[in-house]
Design a protein around this ligand. Sequence first.
Ligand code: HEM
Length: 458
Amino acid sequence: MAALAEGTRAAESGGHPALTAAQVFETARAREEALSRLLMTFVTSGLIFMLFPGTFLGVWNLLKISGRESVASISVAWLQAHGHAQVFGWVGSFILGIGFYSIPKLRGNESSMFRAAWTCWGMWTGGAALRWLANVYSWQWRLLLPFSALLEVAAFLIFFRAVARHRQDDPAKGGMEPWIAVVASASAGLLLLLLANLAGCLYVALLGAGPAFPHVFDQRFLALMAWGFLVLFVWGFSAKWMPVFLGLKPFRPRLLLAAVGANLLGVVLTASGAVSPGAWMFVAGAGLAIAALRMFEPRVKEAKTRGVHASFPFFVRSAYVWLLVAGVLGAAAARWDTSGGIWGASRHALTVGFVAVMILSVGQRILPAFAGMRLLWSTKLMFAGLALVTLGCTLRVSCEIIAYQGYAAWAWSALPASALCELAGLSLFALNIFGTFLFESSHAHKQPLLVSAPEKLA
Ligand code: HEM
């Protein structure tokens, strides 16, 4: 341990043994503050995307759909604007922010790396914002759609280069750890998704009649987005964090890689038009991942719920139930959907039940620590947000099928309530994070920062 600290100290002093311990700590503190600022900026812009262009537009769309009792009556470009703001603007910003924060190279205080990270933030945020404007206002969309997609690809490549340089520069890195391999496959999925997005935008800009992807392309694009990118990222981070946070036995690496393989096969099948076999592969992938992560096996250590609400393990596990629901509904949709309702319910179980519940749970567990070793503002708000999102998602997933498929008319009147519950839950999450950033004081200056916040959490 002493040797590790000594080695770290030497590395952090940049090989200048003349630096005193106080100077080393001061350098580490300044660096940690700069990293936290970067992370908080990514998180803040992600939350703004989630709230206004994402959730408010989603609620607006759903209120209009419920009022007219038909999904066909609403602007497809607006639906896609909502989806893009949520997945790229919110989730993407969080992933990039946490990714940059976790690259040890940035801890080497290389100013060029910080410049790259800030440039990435500007391009990513600008790209996602322009896409939303083009979709919603149809202003200069033939120009803005491909331009926004190019900005997003460029931002991702900057991020990718930073990660790749870190791995090349670190001779201690041997083979890839299995959880890193899963995150790497998710990153490859994101790159593919961004390239597909660029291709779709170019196609629409040159040949489209309006700023929306054609239906069949969009459905396949959404399958790649959900199962080839979002799900894989959550699995990778679950493998890294859940054994610690939930006190589970170590995950089963081979089974997890098999789950990734099943998912990727599912994406390929869906993209080539074999939608039903593809959907069954997603069910198989979800089942394998749950077994690999031992999500429902008894814990062997105390769950780490200090600083968060005690219901944290329950909600993390519930997210994995939603994943299974999403998979099974996808398989059912391939067989029985006549209205888009079962597909919509499956997608919603995945995006809100799995991804959003996971972000609300794990985000409130890790982000306060990453943002300068703060405490979460309110554990009660955390519980209220998660409970409301879960209630809204349950109402939405069940009633969307019943209403859209025409099984019972009363279900149309439950849909607006579902949207308002989810809106309230997601807003409480944003409020809690903003409260944490604004009203909780940073304790970074009191910590021995030779060990980073991610390592401290573990
Ligand atoms: C208050 C919460 C939300 C509401 C009310 C909402 C509403 C909607 C509605 C009405 C649709 C149109 C399709 C359908 O009828 O199912 C839709 C599609 C979609 N939503 Fe949401 N949503 C919410 C949250 C989210 C979240 C958190 C995400 C992602 C993390 C998300 C991602 C998507 C995507 C990707 C689509 C498909 C867009 C397309 O057709 O290209 N939504 N949402």
